[in-house]
Design a protein around this ligand. Structure first.
Ligand code: NAD
Length: 482
């Protein structure tokens, strides 16, 4: 018997979607259907916005310290349910249980930072800006805010937004990815226990139709988006055209640079984790390995040896290094890139296709191409799977040319033992998240997160101080008393 479709959470109640269509949610390790996502539409978004609009006056007037307490409660609930949420993440997404646990930890850290709202929301004051005249500025919430999330971090990415929006006094509508709705279903069950008035947080399941209704709805003041570049650009254009404040995080093609003076013994396991962690489905994952000068052959051979021994399997099982990719369609897309790379003349030095397991799960083994050029499809497109492209260059200057030529600029890393080289790299890299001897340059929740160029559309980035800027308007009062 088919499972009933998941419900939306609107105005403090679980309600059925008005949409009659659903799509199946699969466990990518087994191919089994584990839930059905309802494909909601404009009417569901309108109902959520109406509930959020009704909740806004009361919630925005609630003292920040009281709002913060709801997030302290949320944080405590997340801690006690962390293992269960991690298991949901692995079941619906496929990443290993350890990877899921880390992602839940990073989600909780966002809530922790949001708990500092009373301090973070403070404004400025200056007396005697002119004789007897004082000036203050304060932050005020902006209204109903919404976020549209991708599939690759089902628990974490929505919490880049929700806690910061809510604690700043806004009300909120979330659209999770239709491929991984269950982690947020659980989050909202926990949010139900946090003394939030009805309508402060709302959940609407669906696909493109929900995103577009969010972009268009005149009652929504701000939209946060995370996903592929094409959709990020479209959402940015559509929602800004409708007069909203927007931050839209897009796709990536991240360069991992290895200098001849790198400590390869330590670097290779870290680099391998960057390329193959979460089966390559990370916006911060390494995509192109750039060995500089004579280190090329040794870096390649060591990476091949390391990746060859990785255990691919069900992320729920102990000892598995890499789980499946998200869907059968995505597996076929990744395998298509491997075929394309070979056809375009890159040298396939590790063929992940031979590790594609004969189960119903969506497994792809780690692949490595050498002699990749920026003109090749695999040197240009975001593959979002366990495929490494090696693009050797002669000198550091060539690295900057490669980066300049690529439209994406999310994250990048360098492996070196030279402080001078590292400093120059951090200064000149086009990407705005830079790692030095770090494989995944992921800013913590108290720093801004987001890329540049076609990896980011907007001004204010995600979490940290930027989140409080994004979710508030600054009001300045200039006073003279006679
Ligand atoms: P996606 O763009 O396919 O979907 C993202 C969200 O947009 C989903 O909720 C989806 O339902 C919705 N959507 C899909 N098509 C739409 C359309 N035409 N109009 C409006 N909404 C639409 O992305 P995905 O496959 O879920 O996630 C993977 C992508 O996300 C990768 O490109 C990855 O790099 C990117 N990503 C970026 C970051 C970052 O910080 N820059 C973080 C995580 C993921």
């Amino acid at each position: 018997m088919k499972a009933p479709p998941l419900s939306n959470f609107i105005g403090g109640r679980w309600v059925p979607s008005t949409g009659s269509r659903t799509i199946d949610v699969h466990n990518p390790a087994t191919g089994q259907t584990i839930a059905r996502t309802p494909l909601s539409g404009g009417a569901d978004v309108a109902a959520a916005v109406a509930a959020a609009t009704a909740a806004f006056p009361g919630w925005s007037e609630t003292p920040p310290v009281v709002r913060a307490r709801t997030m302290f409660t949320f944080k405590a609930l997340l801690e006690s349910h962390a293992e269960g949420i991690a298991r949901i993440v692995t079941t619906e997404h496929g990443k290993t249980l350890d990877e899921s646990r880390s992602s839940v930890r990073r989600a909780i850290e966002c809530v922790e930072v949001a708990c500092g709202a009373p301090s973070m929301l403070m404004g400025d004051a200056l007396e005697n800006v002119w004789a007897g005249i004082d000036c203050t500025s304060m932050r005020q919430p902006i209204g109903v805010c919404a976020a549209i999330a991708p599939f690759n971090f089902p628990a974490m990415v929505p919490l880049w937004f929700l806690p910061f929006a809510v604690v700043s006094g806004n009300t909120f509508v979330l659209k999770p990815s239709e491929q991984v709705p269950l982690s947020q279903q659980k989050m909202f069950e926990l949010l139900e226990q946090c003394d939030l008035p009805p309508g402060v947080v709302n959940l609407v399941h669906g696909q493109r139709e929900v995103s577009e209704a969010i972009c268009d709805h005149p009652g929504i003041r701000a939209v946060s988006f995370v996903g592929s570049t094409a959709v990020a650009r479209a959402v940015y254009q559509r929602a800004t055209h409708a007069g909203k404040r927007v931050q839209a995080l897009g796709g990536a093609k991240n360069f991992i640079v290895v200098m001849p003076d790198a400590d390869l013994e330590r670097a290779i396991p870290i680099i391998s984790e960057s390329f193959y962690g979460c089966a390559g489905e990370r916006c911060l994952a390494g995509s192109i390995l750039v060995p500089v000068g004579p280190v090329h052959a040794e870096a390649r051979d060591r990476l091949v040896e390391f990746a060859r021994t990785m255990k691919v399997g069900n992320g729920m099982e102990a000892g598995v290094d890499m789980g499946p990719v998200i869907s059968a369609a995505h597996r076929d897309r990744v395998l298509g890139y491997v075929e394309r790379g070979a056809a375009e003349g890159a040298r396939l030095v590790l063929d992940g296709r031979t590790r594609t397991m004969s189960t119903d799960g969506y497994f792809v083994g780690p692949s490595i191409f050498d002699a990749v050029t920026p003109a090749m499809t695999i040197g240009r497109d975001e593959i979002f799977g366990p495929v490494a492209a090696i693009c050797p260059v002669e000198r550091l200057e060539d690295v900057f040319r490669l980066m300049e030529a690529h439209p994406n600029a999310n994250a990048t890393s360098i492996f070196t033992s030279s402080g001078k080289t590292a400093r120059e790299f951090a200064h000149r890299a086009t990407a705005s998240m830079v790692g030095v001897n770090i494989g995944v340059a992921s800013p913590m929740a108290y720093f801004p997160f987001g890329g540049a160029r076609d990896s980011f559309f907007g001004d204010l980035k995600v979490h940290g101080r930027d989140a409080f800027e994004f979710y508030t308007d600054k009001k300045v009062t200039i006073s003279r008393w006679f």
